[in-house]
Design a binder for this molecule. Structure first.
Ligand code: PMT
Length: 412
């Protein structure tokens, strides 16, 4: 299926080494069925020539705001109106700042200001520039204004450093752009989900773990993506396939999960903690395998960080949804966690037993049922497959997220 069939896509290219990937992006956008026009900033033309993009798109490339030849053909306002969507890829830190400030001092920034079409940007820059608070604040502002942010991805960078800041890969950009035309409840939002167990090492061959399979969290990741979100799945050790178009980051211990979650928190709009995180870890993980020299062995355990609670108490907290896995007094324990951990919502499930129809639920089952609580209400999601249950829960989360945003607007 050509996911961008008949769509007019204006591809904006700014100055950065990732501009060379925009040549491939142009070809793939056309393969996906789009008619592609290109606007380049002056800095972008230092990296790749307009001629390359003219050959690939089959149309003259637009570079100047005041170009009488271009204006005689398709002028800049006409071009802004022509676009069904504008994608700026790569989007440099400088261009992101311009977008935030609403500048119109070159052709591309003018087009972005003049368009009424969906506007997406794919940040690409050095990892330190990406993590700078100014860049983070700018991106947050743009997302709040309804712009779509694609990426960035993490990995080795052109400057030799390793980290977040690479332009998202071309197939993922095409997918994300196509998603902009599919309106879901979580469109344009970044959702982070933890899933699976954590393994806390005792020695090189043993660990403390639990029975979580990751199914609930993975199903939520898929459902959130179907609702249009960009999804980051922080996964403990699981034997499950990564849902399509979901960014999965593998971790083993609670400490690693904590670190990854906080590294991605600034971009996160909704955080869902479905992982069964170990509350305690061995105080000391031995270097060598423990021998059975003694009749008994005592392990000293120390507390792990409570990831969910820390996220919910952080300064610029996202919308926060926790889980509660209980073997008794489900409602009471869940309500207590909702309040104590400062959550917007909590989904509580019974674990280690069957429901009243004798269906195995909770840990390591394909089925589950949930009692969901929020500060002034509750509902029950009856036993069904986790995939279906996840869709119901995502719908509920989307409604409450939207309600909260509307309330914030009313009181602002
Ligand atoms: O993975 P499956 O086999 O599909 O099973 C699904 C599930 C039963 C694991 C899932 O539905 C579930 O209940 N996940 C939460 C399990 C859990 O750890 O519950 P808890 O009541 O101990 O923790 C409360 C909340 O705090 C959870 O959101 C948990 O992710 C979070 N937490 C707990 C401890 C900790 N150190 N950090 C945390 O973030």
């Amino acid at each position: 299926m050509k996911r961008l069939h008949g769509k007019n896509i204006l591809l904006g290219i700014t100055g950065g080494i990732a501009a060379y990937k925009s040549a491939e992006l142009t070809r793939r956008l056309k393969d996906a069925g789009a008619d592609v026009r290109i606007a380049m900033t002056k800095a972008a033309t230092e990296f790749v020539t307009p001629l390359t993009f003219q050959a690939l798109s089959g149309h003259p490339v637009h570079t100047e705001l005041l170009d009488e030849h271009a204006e005689a053909g398709m002028g800049h306002i006409e071009l802004a109106r022509w676009a069904d969507a504008i994608l700026v890829a790569p989007a440099s830190a400088n261009f992101i700042t311009k977008l935030t400030q609403g500048r119109a001092d070159d052709l591309l920034s003018t087009l972005c200001l003049a368009t009424e079409a969906p506007l997406a940007f794919a940040p690409a820059m050095n990892q330190a520039m990406w993590h700078d608070l100014a860049t983070q604040a700018n991106c947050k502002t743009l997302r709040q204004r309804g712009l779509f942010q694609f990426g960035p991805a993490a990995g080795e960078q052109a400057c030799g450093e390793v980290g977040e800041g690479r332009m998202m890969e071309v197939p993922d950009l095409i997918d994300h752009l196509a998603n902009c035309f599919e309106h879901g409840e979580l469109q344009a939002l970044n959702v982070m989900i933890t899933a699976g167990p954590t393994y806390e090492p005792i020695d090189p061959v043993r660990f403390i773990g639990n029975r979580s399979s990751g199914r609930m969290g993975y199903a939520l990741a898929e459902a959130a993506r179907e609702a249009g979100a960009s999804v980051t799945l922080v996964s403990g050790p699981c034997h499950l396939e990564t849902p399509e178009r979901v960014q999965r980051i593998d971790v083993e211990t609670a400490k690693q999960m904590h670190q990854v979650v906080f590294a991605h928190l600034p971009q996160c709009d909704i955080f869902i903690a479905a992982a069964a995180v170990a509350d305690y870890r061995p105080a000391e993980a031995r270097d060598q395998k423990i021998k059975k020299d003694h009749e008994s062995l005592t392990l000293e355990l120390e507390r792990n960080p409570d990831i969910l609670s820390e996220v919910a108490h952080s300064q610029t907290r996202p919308f926060v949804v926790g889980f509660a896995a209980e073997t008794q007094n489900l409602a009471q324990h869940a309500k207590d966690k909702l309040q104590r951990k400062n959550l917007d919502m909590i989904a509580a499930n019974l674990v280690g037993q069957s429901d009243n129809t004798k269906q195995d639920i909770g840990f390591n089952s394909e089925y589950n049922s949930l009692q969901v609580f929020w500060p002034d209400g509750q509902t029950t999601l009856e036993t069904t497959r986790k995939t279906l249950l996840a869709r119901q829960l995502i719908q509920l989360i989307a409604n409450h997220y939207q309600q909260k945003k509307n309330n914030e607007k009313d009181t602002a």
